[in-house]
Structures are given as C-alpha cells and as structure tokens.
Design a protein around this ligand. Sequence first.
Ligand code: V47
Ligand code: SF4
Length: 393
Amino acid sequence: MPVYLYRSTAPRNIVDHTNAFRLHWAQVFRRLPLMTTFEIISAKVHAGQRITPDEALYLFNSNDLLSIGELAAVVNERKNGLNVYFNVNRHINPTNVCVNRCAFCAFSRTAGEDGAYTLALDEICRRASEAENEGATEVHIVGGLHPDLAFEFYEEALQAIRTTAPNLHIKAFTAVEIEYFSRISGLTIEAVLQRLINAGLGSMPGGGAEILVEEVRHQICPEKISGARWLEIVRLAHLSGLKTNATMLYGHVESAADRVAHMEMLRTLQDETTGFQAFIPLAFQTENSDLKLDIKGTSGLDDLKTLAIGRIFLDNFDHIKAYWIMLGEKIAQVSLAFGVNDLDGTVVEEKIGHDAGAQSPQSQTKEGIIRLIRNAGKTPVERDTLYHPLHTY
Ligand code: V47
Ligand code: SF4
C-alpha cells in the first residue's frame, strides 16, 4: 500500500482535473513508488473527492470488477450505511401508441396497429385504487406520445387518481412527455408542469434520457427531443419544486465514453439544482427492437460495473437504483454489494421491458424484495417516493 503524502486542496465536489497530475509529480519528487491510475482513483474516492470523466472511462475500460465494486461500496456505505430502500408501487402505462417510435422501443405501436391500446380514465383509476388498497404508496405513470389525446386527458387522469386514491404519490411523465404536452397544448413547459402539479403530480420518473449524447440519439431515437432539451425540461421541473430521477439506457450502440459523457451531464445539472433523487441505469432488452444488434443483452459484468461506476462518479446523487425488471433479480441482488442502495418497487405490471423480452417476473411481492435484501446482508427499508423511511425490516 503506497503512502499518500499528497492531499488535495480542492474543495469537495469541485472537479479537480489537475489532481492526478500533481499527485504524480509530488510522488516523483519525493521518490515514492508511482501510484497506478486505480490507486489514484481509490485515494480520491477515500478522500471524498470527485473523480474526473477520464478516470470514469478508465474504470469502464478495466476488468477489475471487484476492486471497482469495493470502491462503489465505500461511497454507498458512507451515504446510506447498510440500508437498502424499496417501495411498494404500481406501474401504469396509459397508452402504448406513440408518434416517436424510437428504434430501441418494443413497447410502442402506431395508432390502429395490432396490439395498440389506450386505457380509459376509469381503468387508470381502477388500477390506482387497487394499488392503494393493496398497500402501494406510489403510482408510476409513463406512456407513449399519443397523436389524438389532448393534454387535458392527462390532467384529468391525475385529478381522478387523486380523488379515488388520495394516499398515493403520483410519479408521472418523463421529460419527453412533458415536452409533448407543451407542444400539443401550446402551453409553456413551466405552465404544463404547474397545471400537472395542481392536478396532483408529485414527482417525475427518470425516463427518456436514454443516452444524452446527440450522435447516439440520432441512431436510437431520432424523433425524440434532444439530450439538451431533456436536460432543460428536467431543470425546469426541478425549479418547479419537483424531484426527478435520471435513467441511462445502456448496452446498445453507445460507447463507454458516451456513458461517461451522459453521466457528466447529469452530474453538472445536479450540481445546479440538486433535484435528482436516483440514478437508474437501464440494461437494454433486445427482443422486438428495430435496432439490429449482434448482441443478446448486457452481460452481468457490464451491469455491475455500470452501476458501480455510476455510484463512484455521481458523487452528488444520494441513490443508485437497480431496476430488477431489466437486470433480473439475481444481478439486482448482487448489485447491493456494488454500490446500489435502492431496488425498484413491486411494480405489479411491467410492459416496457417485457415487450422487449425481459425474463424477470412482472412483479415482486413486498416479502420477496425484503428477502432479497436481507439475504444480501443488508437492511430493508420501505420508503415513500421522496425517500422518507416508512418501515425498517
Ligand atoms: O425511457 C425502453 C427504457 C424507459 C427499453 O424513474 C428500455 O423510477 C431497456 O424510465 N430495454 C422507461 N429499457 C422506464 C423508466 C423507468 C423505469 C423504472 C423506474 C424509473 C424511475 C423509470 O425505459 C425509457 C427507455 O429508456 N426502455 N425500451 C428496452 N428495450
Ligand atoms: Fe415512444 Fe417512449 Fe417508446 Fe420512444 S421510448 S417510442 S418515446 S414510448
């Protein structure tokens, strides 16, 4: 173990690009053994300092999964101890009809196509009410960009849920949907957000981010709003007082450098707003996709590495969530030793990943999630959407 004579004077949370360089020369002049890049990264992480995009890229290019995981676990335990959060929730996808038809998306349909559906307001409310009766604290609502539904449909849906299931937190609509509502209603983004908040919106999920790098978006979702626009809408949501999550769809055409660039954009916005709650890497499910790739999905190694690097790099995010639907329960469980502190909830009916071939079950019981966390040697904590602990098991 080398002796670290160097101590950075850079304030915590400020990007310290020169740190590695100065550390190197400090060692040369003191004739200490040179530290490897990993040791430099490790020293920074242990000192609570931010790692650079180049260092994150170095980690992506390393196959030393266990060392990366150990480092991520240090960051996580500092923030969350042994607690692993989960929530009891239900997903509702009001429609799969979508004008965007992103190349990776197996869920969406064109209006009138076989398998296209749109739920009536009554059915949306019935599902929300059922969820509340079964102990859910949250509904998670996302769907396609329907060519014929008016903005008022979504507003009324939230109002109706609030009336029928008043105890549910409504986490709904990605930045992509908010932008679409603004286009179809002629309202500004701020006005759309305010109207939805008045109707019952409590927070927003992190979807639609995909990979924020433009060249990648052109290949996988050319009709979707740009990465810059996604960030701007999320920024406005944060300024309106809404918390959101941030996802990253990985394991398709993107490079490791694209993943790092994506995470850097999130980290920069979080420095400004502090509005993100959780970072959620979404492992790409390959079936029924128009992206013709020569792969059968992400590897377990890549999944764990991506979650762990997310934990190390996004030092200003409190939570890293493993979405067991896309990862499978086993990798999600192992990820709890690789920096993850949140397992997505009970879900009940999942369409987006399963239409694309996800092999996980469509739902989990609360007991199943508790067992999964306990067997990993961690403490299960049921939370509400805003991460207030409800019950420790
Ligand atoms: O934006 C679509 C992704 C997202 C596929 O915020 C796919 O708590 C993998 O955002 N393979 C929607 N992913 C889901 C989402 C989400 C899920 C769970 C929790 C939260 C949260 C948010 O699903 C889309 C897209 O990135 N997606 N197709 C696919 N074939
Ligand atoms: Fe539509 Fe979202 Fe699917 Fe893209 S990912 S086609 S925006 S539902």
